[in-house]
Design a protein around this ligand. Structure first.
Ligand SMILES: Nc1ncnc2c1ncn2[C@@H]1O[C@H](COP(=O)(O)OP(=O)(O)OP(=O)(O)O)[C@@H](O)[C@H]1O
Length: 344
């Protein structure tokens, strides 16, 4: 577990003091993907440097697995730092080294012998999907592939914590999603704790279980990603949530009247997903169970989070009244909120 307790970081400027981290308190459970989101200057990188032991806090404590890292000796701190892998926005690869040599670097620094180094590096190169590219140079890779090398290198020392510091900020949306999927895979397969530092709410929603929102050095709101998305309280959180645009009500392109006009027959039902239910293949199950009903999806906007999905789906049921009723009962039994928009 990682525990930040009353952590402050103050920098002396010429004539004033800048509080980059201001009384930060939060906990990250082992194996969790924890997002920290904030705009530029919020204090995210400072928080990471403190966690990695690069800089001490001005006051407060940071515990990793029960140990206060500011109380460690230099030797202990070096050992501790090996338990943290980092990936960065600009990859920080060595351009004169091949892919495998880049991944081997932390192992070289740790004094691991050549044979073991190669074996480990190879394993992680395969894990990140770059088998066959071992002897290429970073300049021969795409941005997403470079980040995969960064991830393999971060994993080489078998860390317990992976910190992703804006690791997808320089990538296009599709590559971002691929890297985020890789982070989820690594989190699951290696049971790594992942700290995702970002200014993109999309990344948080896609991969994180919990999120802390930072502004002016403070954590202004934190909780499960699902809850924060559903009910953001602080203006800055609302802004982030709006940027990802999960306000599904607004995303439905037709008004209720337009839907009724266009689909006058059968039952037109709005399903609202607000939890784990929509992870189940609800619609395909309905199609199998109610084979006398014709089920069409009119439109929908569903957003996935790690803890469930949210949003709405509008469907049309064509068939006997009794079958339509049974299908609605079935949906209600799954805890899915249903609203009959029209009964033709
Ligand atoms: N070494 C330093 N000396 C003085 N001020 C600093 C130092 N490091 C950071 N700061 C200040 O602390 C504040 C937080 O910076 P930090 O880099 O942690 O923010 P951030 O959220 O990571 O933003 P970005 O994503 O742009 O790096 C900023 O106002 C920054 O200017």
């Amino acid at each position: 577990m990682i525990k930040f307790k009353n952590v402050y970081k103050k920098y002396k400027l010429n004539k004033s003091i800048l509080t980059a981290v201001n009384d930060v308190n939060f906990e990250v459970d082992d194996g969790e993907i924890y997002g920290i989101i904030g705009y530029s200057g919020a204090g995210k990188s400072t928080l990471v440097r403190i966690l990695d032991g690069i800089e001490p806090p001005t006051s407060g404590s940071i515990e990793i697995s029960g140990k206060d890292i500011s109380k460690l000796s230099n030797k202990e701190l070096r050992a501790q730092r090996k338990k943290i892998g980092m990936i960065f926005q600009h990859f920080n690869l060595l351009w004169s080294r091949t892919i495998i040599q880049n991944v081997e670097l932390p192992l070289e620094i740790s004094g691991v012998n050549k044979e073991e180094r190669k074996k480990q590096a190879q394993k992680f190169i395969e894990l990140v999907g770059l088998k066959g590219r071992e002897n290429d140079y970073p300049s021969e890779l795409s941005g997403g592939q470079k980040q995969r090398v960064g991830i393999a290198r971060a994993l080489a020392n078998k860390p317990e914590i992976l910190i992703s510091d804006e690791a997808t900020s320089a990538l296009d949306p599709q590559t971002t999603d691929e890297i985020l999927d890789l982070l989820i895979k690594i989190n699951k397969e290696l049971n790594l704790t992942v700290l995702l530092i970002t200014h993109e709410m999309h990344a948080i929603r896609k991969v994180a279980n919990k999120v802390a929102v930072m502004e002016n050095g403070q954590i202004v709101e934190h909780g499960s990603v699902y809850d924060i998305f559903k009910n953001p309280k602080q203006p800055i959180t609302k802004r982030f949530v709006d940027e990802d645009n999960p306000s599904t009500e607004n995303e439905l392109s037709m008004t209720v009247d337009e839907i009724v006009d266009k689909y006058p027959n059968g039952s037109v039902i709005k399903l609202s997903f607000n939890g784990n239910q929509s992870q189940q293949p609800v619609i395909s199950q309905m199609i199998r169970d109610f084979d006398t009903l014709e089920i069409s999806i009119i439109e929908g906007a569903i957003h996935q989070t790690q803890d469930g999905s949210m949003g709405s789906l509008i469907i049309q049921l064509l068939g006997t009244q009794a079958d339509q009723n049974k299908a609605i009962e079935y949906l209600n039994s799954l805890n899915i909120e249903t609203e009959v928009i029209n009964r033709g």
